[in-house]
Each structure stands twice: as structure tokens, then as C-alpha cells.
Design a protein around this ligand. Sequence first.
Ligand SMILES: [Zn+2]
Ligand SMILES: [Zn+2]
Length: 275
Amino acid sequence: MELATLADLLLQASTRAAALLWQHAWQLVLFAIALIGLETLWPAVPTQRRWRRGSATDLWLSFFNPLIVHPFNAYLLAAFVNGAIATVGMERFITTRETIAAQPWAIRFVAALLVGDLLSYWKHRIFHTRILWRIHAVHHLTSEIDWLSNDRDHPLQLIATYFVMITGLVLVGFSNEMIALQSLVRRAYSLFTHTNVRWSFGPLSRILVSPTFHRWHHASEEGMANRNYAVVFSLWDVAFGTYHEAYAEQPRRFGVAGEENPATLWAAIKYPLTH
Ligand SMILES: [Zn+2]
Ligand SMILES: [Zn+2]
């Protein structure tokens, strides 16, 4: 590769990264206004501070991770997987594509969310098993949960799963646009379910994830391990026997029993290697 071409590529990549981060920044400000508003009006833990131990790490990760999992990247990745499938002549095996394309927009949208959430349920459940747990534990080490805790994911977890998730959705037959949209909506919903808000959805809790539902996933209380994996549809937990939601109660302790929340970003990044 010629030097000029390489310089062009680097310039393009950095311009695109800057655009993604800028878009991420203003979206985060809008989410902060809306979700801190909810946390102020209906707090689950009223004494919890806005800027808590770990907030800085969460914010750093929030700005690094979109470079991997931004919905625009989901679109590009879906287009790449589709291109690869067409190149090897395997398109005809995706028999559901035309059936899905013939459905009204709302049906395609809900179906993409459901399938995306089903894949994400099993991804999450697998990350709670022995070897992968050390990577996913970084998300769980925080002892206070708020909206920004959502973005506390180890980059290795995202790198390891993003391609698999997108490929799964392409193989089911969803369009690139719908794959990007479900990625955007599921992330927004996940920010909401991490809020320090005491909401639960009553009988609907067996269908939709509420903040209380996900707060129980982070609880370090006895007997709460391996519960409530879904991001949007708790019906996957009901279906696979991992559902728990105590309507009347809120969890009292969060984090990983016996483990300190790493104080710095670097300590969080190297946690999987040192534990
Ligand atoms: Zn988890
Ligand atoms: Zn979480």
C-alpha cells in the first residue's frame, strides 16, 4: 500500500471516529437530561450521589465503546456480512428474507427487537459462565447503579460479541437498516433500565424489562446469581427459567461480593487479566 493511500485511509477513519463521538456526545447529553430527571423524581436509592465512585470510568468507556458498537457500525457490519454471503453465493439459504421484507414496518421492527434480544439474552447468559465472567464482571463490579452504569462494558466483551450478534440478525433475514435500528433502540432502552429508578411494570413485568428487573440482575444478594438477563423483553427470562422480579422490594446491595470496584479506567481494563 502506498504511503499516500495509507494516510488517506487514516484520515478517513479518524474523521469518521470524530463524527461518531460527536454524535454520541450530544445523544448522551439528551439521555442524561431525561434519565437524571427520572432518577430525581422516582429514585430507588434516594441517597445515591450523581457523581459516584466509578462514574469517571463509565464515562470513559461510554466514549470508547461506541467506536465498536455504534448503530452506524452495525449498519456497515450488516452490509459487510451480506456482501460476504452474496460473494460465496449463499444468499438463497436465507429463506426468511422475503417473508420478513413483505411485512408491515411495525412487525419487522418488533421482530428485529425480539430476535436481537433473544441473541443478546444467550450472549449475556454465556458471559455469566466461568471464563467469560471475568470480562463481564467489569459491568457488575459497580456498587451503585445509575443510567451511566449501562455503558460500563469491557471493550473485549463488545469485540467478541458484536460480529456474532449482527451476523445472527443478517442470517435471520433482517435488513441492514432494521439491524442498525434495533441496535440503537436496545441501547437506549438499556440506558433506561439502568436508571436509579424504582419502577416496575406490574403484570407487564413478565413481558418488558423494567429498571427494577435489571437492578435485581446487579444485586449481590444471596440467591440472585444468574437471573434477569434480557435487555428489553423479560419474556425471554420467563421462557428460559431465569426470571425474578420482586415487585414490592428493591435490592439493597449491588456489585460482586468480596470484590472492590476498580477505582480507575486502567484498573477496570486490566481486571480480566488479573482476576
Ligand atoms: Zn450480567
Ligand atoms: Zn447492567
